[in-house]
Write a protein that binds this ligand. Structure first.
Ligand SMILES: CC(C)(COP(=O)(O)OP(=O)(O)OC[C@H]1O[C@@H](n2cnc3c(N)ncnc32)[C@H](O)[C@@H]1OP(=O)(O)O)[C@@H](O)C(=O)NCCC(=O)NCCS
Length: 165
């Protein structure tokens, strides 16, 4: 069956994730981030929010993913009251495939899906020392809305970053 292709980023194919991609997504997560989730969590997010679970592949290998959740609650940017918000739970690219525009492409596509789904803003948490990611989000015009002290298990703090959609 033809997988649901969204487009390309250079040599990479960008498409919606499918259940069969979850093991590869878990591999990318394990290789790149200290925050891991149960297998069930990935399948559950994919099942509930398939439009914002997107992968990049090359030569049949998934090398990057973004996984998001649509939430309803108070505006992170304090620009609205209650609103639909897109939450980027996790985004990562394998080291050897970084700096080729794949992460940017996945974030932009997920934000477009959020906008189409009626979200007014997008937000995420990022380690305060994660310069690469913070710089990428700033480039995409995210702003720091606050700092969450000791947010991560190892005690590191997180920036809460957000952008209006
Ligand atoms: C953040 C991440 C997803 C970006 O993926 P990517 O596929 O390399 O993204 P892109 O190629 O689209 O963007 C690269 C951008 O990252 C930033 N960046 C890359 N390397 C950097 C560095 N050494 N220092 C500062 N910023 C850097 C730049 O803004 C760069 O944009 P530019 O090429 O226009 O200068 C990737 O670095 C990653 O997987 N990191 C580990 C996992 C992680 O931290 N995820 C985010 C958790 S919140």
């Amino acid at each position: 069956m033809q997988k649901s292709i969204l487009g390309r980023a250079g040599d990479y194919t960008i498409r919606y994730a499918e259940a069969g991609d979850v093991p590869a997504v878990i591999n990318v997560n394990s290789a790149t981030l200290p925050e891991h989730y149960s297998d069930y969590f990935y399948y559950e997010i994919l099942n509930e929010f398939p439009n914002t679970f997107i992968v990049a592949e090359i030569g049949g290998q998934v090398v990057s993913y973004i996984m998001c959740r649509i939430e309803y609650g108070l505006s992170v940017m304090k620009r609205f009251g209650l609103a639909r918000k897109g939450h980027i739970i996790s985004v990562a690219t394998l080291q050897e495939h970084r700096g080729k525009g794949v992460g940017t492409n996945l974030i932009q596509r997920a934000m477009e899906e959020m906008r189409k789904g009626g979200c007014k803003e997008v937000f995420l948490e990022v380690r305060v020392t994660n310069d690469e990611a913070v710089s990428l989000y700033r480039k995409l015009t995210f702003l720091v809305s606050g700092t969450m002290q000791g947010y991560y298990k190892d005690g590191e703090s997180a920036y809460l970053m957000a952008q209006q959609l």
